[in-house]
Design a protein around this ligand. Structure first.
Ligand SMILES: *Cc1c(COP(=O)(O)O)cnc(C)c1O
Length: 408
């Protein structure tokens, strides 16, 4: 009979991260979770394909003597990624859980803190599949979801019920880019004894220090900028002291874990995330400004533009922007927008962003909103600006606008 698995950390911190100098995040991206001389001097932690772990003696086996216990519970590869992410999040982070996708990270974080009879407050601007999880799964376990206006701020106090155990935020909102007042919402939630969960995929801990702004569980779809090359599914949840025990227990008990090659791709992506994000930001802003000056465009929803309604809060709380934003066209028939999109060559038409390539997709939030009315005033397109040359991207967009004009 196998020994009962020890119910402690999934993997224990192995390196002396707490003794490292106080490096900036860009440095931590390259140093975090690495211990070359534990691996013959090789720079990168090897990919451990592992399930069974052998013990030398019956005594060792029954006492679980050793750093690792079982493939699902962690390997040097998973531990390297957890350690790196913990160092990037900083001192407020008590632990990081790795999940097989961003959505799995969201559902796992929610299940870690919610129980039957609870209520959860979720922003109306939330990523669509998160809403689906609340409406189709949480409801079956007797957990009610109340959607709220992303611009609610401290007024969220009015929605807090006796049984509200958690508040879920996403800023900027998926597709629509409303900026939330995270510290104000978190302060109210904590006064009422609720935990704060946030989908921090857009900014990542590089540009929004979620755990330092009052968030207890900060979630990232690692599929996006951590992976960065459109070739891996990955999710991460970073927890503070208050939330880590519940998260750890949920991940341990549910048996969720990430395959070794995907862990490696996450680690590999992380090393260059700083320079990639800086370039996504720079090019994204350049294209956003260019689009803003176009006569066909009614509005550009990019929080780093001073014209954005959430710009002041973005400037107060964020230290950067990624390459994802949307635009609202002046009212025109849908065919013109489709002609624009179909004429683009450098912009792929695909949903999952964060890779090196540029993307453009049409979208419409009207049907998914329940707490707020979404009325942008014209057709909407979301862009992801990749690592291509900005001049080439703009030349491509000009071809799109020519096709648009021809379709009118
Ligand atoms: C893509 C995305 C997710 C889901 O991540 P997957 O890894 O695709 O499951 C969650 N939240 C946001 C904001 C996303 O963009």
């Amino acid at each position: 009979m196998p020994p009962a698995e020890k119910d402690e950390s999934m993997t224990k911190p192995s390196d002396n991260s707490t003794q490292k100098p106080d490096f900036k995040v860009e440095t931590r991206l390259t140093t975090g979770g690495r211990d070359p001389f534990a691996h013959h001097g090789y720079v990168n932690t090897p990919v451990y394909h592992a399930s069974t772990l052998l013990y030398r003696t019956a005594e060792d086996y029954l006492a679980h003597r050793g750093h690792y216990q079982y493939g699902r519970r962690g390997t040097p590869t998973s531990e390297a990624l957890e350690t790196a992410l913990r160092e990037i999040e900083g001192n407020a982070c008590a632990g990081v859980a790795l999940l097989p996708s961003g959505l799995a990270a969201i559902s796992t974080a929610m299940l870690a803190v919610l129980r039957s009879g609870d209520n959860v407050l979720v922003t109306d601007s939330v990523y669509g599949p998160t809403r689906r999880f609340c409406d189709s799964v949480l409801v079956r376990f007797g957990i009610t979801t109340t959607y709220y206006d992303p611009l609610i701020g401290g007024e969220i106090a009015k929605l807090m019920q006796k049984n509200t155990r958690a508040v879920f935020l996403e800023s900027p909102g998926s597709l629509s880019f409303e900026i939330q007042d995270v510290p104000a919402v978190a302060a109210v939630a904590h006064t009422r004894g609720a935990l704060v969960l946030m989908d921090n995929t857009w900014a990542s801990p590089l540009y929004f220090r979620a755990l330092e702004k009052g968030v207890d569980l900060s979630i990232q779809s690692g599929t996006k900028y951590i992976g960065g090359h459109s070739d891996v599914m990955l999710g991460t949840v970073s927890a503070n002291e208050a939330a880590w025990p519940q998260l750890k227990d949920m991940v341990f008990s549910s048996g969720l874990c990430v395959g070794p090659d995907d862990l490696y791709l996450g680690l590999r992506g992380l090393r260059t995330m700083g320079v990639r994000l800086a370039r996504h930001q720079q090019s994204g802003l350049a294209v956003a400004r260019w689009l803003q000056a176009r006569p066909e465009v009614l509005r550009v929803e990019h929080p780093a533009l001073p014209s954005h309604p959430g710009h002041a809060i973005w400037k107060r709380d964020f230290t950067g922007a990624c390459g994802l934003f949307s635009i609202v066209f002046k009212p025109v028939p849908q065919e013109a927008v489709f002609a624009f999109l179909n004429a683009l060559h450098l912009f792929g038409m695909g949903a999952s962003w964060g890779g090196y390539e540029s993307l453009a997709i049409p979208f419409d939030c009207t049907a998914v909103r329940t707490a707020t009315k979404w009325a942008p005033g014209g057709p909407t397109v979301r862009f992801h600006i990749g690592l291509e040359d900005v001049g080439d991207l703009i030349a491509d967009l000009e071809k799109g606008f020519a096709a648009y004009a021809a379709a009118l």
